[in-house]
Design a protein around this ligand. Structure first.
Ligand code: PEP
Ligand code: MN
Length: 335
């Protein structure tokens, strides 16, 4: 249920409506909109009787919400959510690019890649310090040392940094260094991690689980928002299908589907979808044409020596060329 207030309703009247909702045992969550505030009613078991709230001072209308997710839904909030990180804004029709290696490997490596991607016009740097690897024998990331290298990248280039948090145990540490925390595909339904992310002050990139339906993904975002963090950026990174010609199948159709259901920004990661660099570039162009709110692309200065995901990492010169084309495509059809 959504209680929509009249335009320009005073703070006191909004607070009085909140109190009236909470007195009935529900949670009231004011949601600022373009020119009016709405109040979402959460934690109701069964339907809510609209007549309780229709007569309150300042209430314009009461709208039933038919979707299982609430805070993430367009029914609750019609305007797109804008999330500002450094110079970038996700969700306002622009096309910010997040780029960097799969994993932080050394200070020289991250610094060299960060300088290249910045010059090419990327707005955020990415790199994992804690890596979720299929094999326990694969490189697991540099941990805290890797986070320190990321902090150096930010210091020297001014680029905000995105890095993955794998567990609740390391959340405090990761959020201390990260400008944006990433929750990976394998953790999309790690509910304790989602709740912890909901208590964070950092924006969260929530990757789609590799076999998650749209509804499950939005529900995962709902966990984060329900705890109070409304800065959630969804990231499509390909889903597992029967094909062998790519690592995953990039589900481009999920972008318009998300935009219809939710006000949250959605970016696309063509790198983990493709798994091979020659497919990453055309998929990045498709993402720019699609009206996605940005892309995340893996770039490495020496992909052949990369400690993870070398095959899908672009060479810096390829990234340069791709940036130019993506921006041109976005300017024509992506907006
Ligand atoms: C990554 O971004 O490095 C990563 C591990 O991605 P995903 O969770 O999509 O596999
Ligand atoms: Mn990777």
């Amino acid at each position: 249920m959504l209680v929509v207030m009249e335009k320009g309703t005073s703070e006191e009247k909004i607070q009085a409506a909140v109190n009236a909702i909470e007195k009935r045992g529900y949670t009231a969550r004011p949601i600022p909109g373009g020119d009016r505030v709405s109040i979402g009613i959460l934690h109701n078991k069964g339907s809510v009787d609209a007549t309780h709230f229709l007569g309150l001072d300042g209430v314009k209308e009461v709208i039933p919400v038919t979707k299982p997710y609430k805070l993430v839904s367009r029914e609750f909030k019609q305007e797109n959510t804008h999330i500002k990180v450094g110079d970038a804004v996700f969700g306002n029709g622009s096309f910010p690019v997040v780029a960097g290696p799969c994993a932080v490997e050394s200070e020289e490596q991250v610094m060299s890649i960060a300088k290249s991607i910045k010059e090419a016009g990327a707005k955020l740097f990415r790199g994992g310090a804690f890596k979720p690897r299929t094999s326990p024998y694969s490189f697991q990331g540099l941990g805290k040392q890797g986070l320190k290298f990321l902090a150096k990248v930010r210091e020297e280039t001014g680029l905000p940094v995105v890095t993955e948090v794998m567990d609740v145990e390391n959340f405090d540490l990761v959020e201390e260094y990260a400008d944006v925390v990433q929750i990976g595909t394998r953790n999309m339904q790690n509910f304790s991690l989602l709740r912890r992310a909901g208590k964070s002050k950092r924006p969260v990139i929530l990757k789609r689980g590799m076999s998650a339906m749209l509804q499950e993904w939005l529900m995962a975002a709902e966990y984060i928002m329900e705890e109070g963090n409304s800065n959630v950026i969804l990231c499509e990174r390909g889903v597992r299908t029967f094909v062998r010609h790519s690592r995953n199948t990039l589900d481009l159709s999920v972008v318009p589907a998300v935009k219809k259901e939710s006000h949250l920004p959605i970016i696309v990661d063509p790198s983990h979808a493709a798994g091979v660099r020659d497919q990453v570039i055309p998929l990045a162009y498709a993402s720019a044409a699609l009206g996605a709110d940005g892309v995340m692309i893996e770039v490495h200065n020496h992909p052949e020596d990369a400690l993870s995901d070398g095959a899908q990492s672009l060479y810096p010169h390829q990234f340069f060329a791709a940036m130019e084309k993506m921006n041109a495509i976005h300017a024509i059809v992506g907006k």
